[in-house]
Design a protein around this ligand. Structure first.
Ligand SMILES: [Zn+2]
Length: 109
């Protein structure tokens, strides 16, 4: 059995962190620093990097929310692929994961 209280705390902390990160990244893109014409290309590149990081954070946030849902319904910690229990070490490292290590490795064709 997984420690529901422990992982819920872990996931909620991650949730708050990601919300703050997304806000920060979004704000950085919406208020670009004043730049000279010759810096435009560089600034645009920077925006793309920020946008990429924002998208990654949003995807992770969605996974965190799904994990909290599984925690609620009692299926948290079970692999969605094979139904086996995910190792506590893996859950602590990646609390929002939905597959066990074997299935995750097998998916990387
Ligand atoms: Zn599995």
């Amino acid at each position: 059995m997984v420690d529901k209280v422990f992982f819920e705390k872990l996931l909620r902390e991650r949730d708050q962190y990601l919300h703050a990160l997304i806000e920060e990244l979004a704000a950085a893109q919406n208020h670009p620093r004043q730049s000279q014409i010759e810096d435009m290309a560089e600034a645009k590149e920077g925006d793309e990097v920020l946008h990429g990081r924002e998208m990654a954070a949003r995807e992770e946030l969605a996974e965190v929310h799904k994990a909290l849902g599984r925690l609620e319904e009692g299926s948290y910690g079970l692999c969605l692929e094979c139904g086996e229990a995910i190792s506590p070490e893996r859950l602590e490292a990646v609390p929002y994961t939905s597959v066990c290590k074997q299935c995750a490795t097998g998916q990387q064709n």
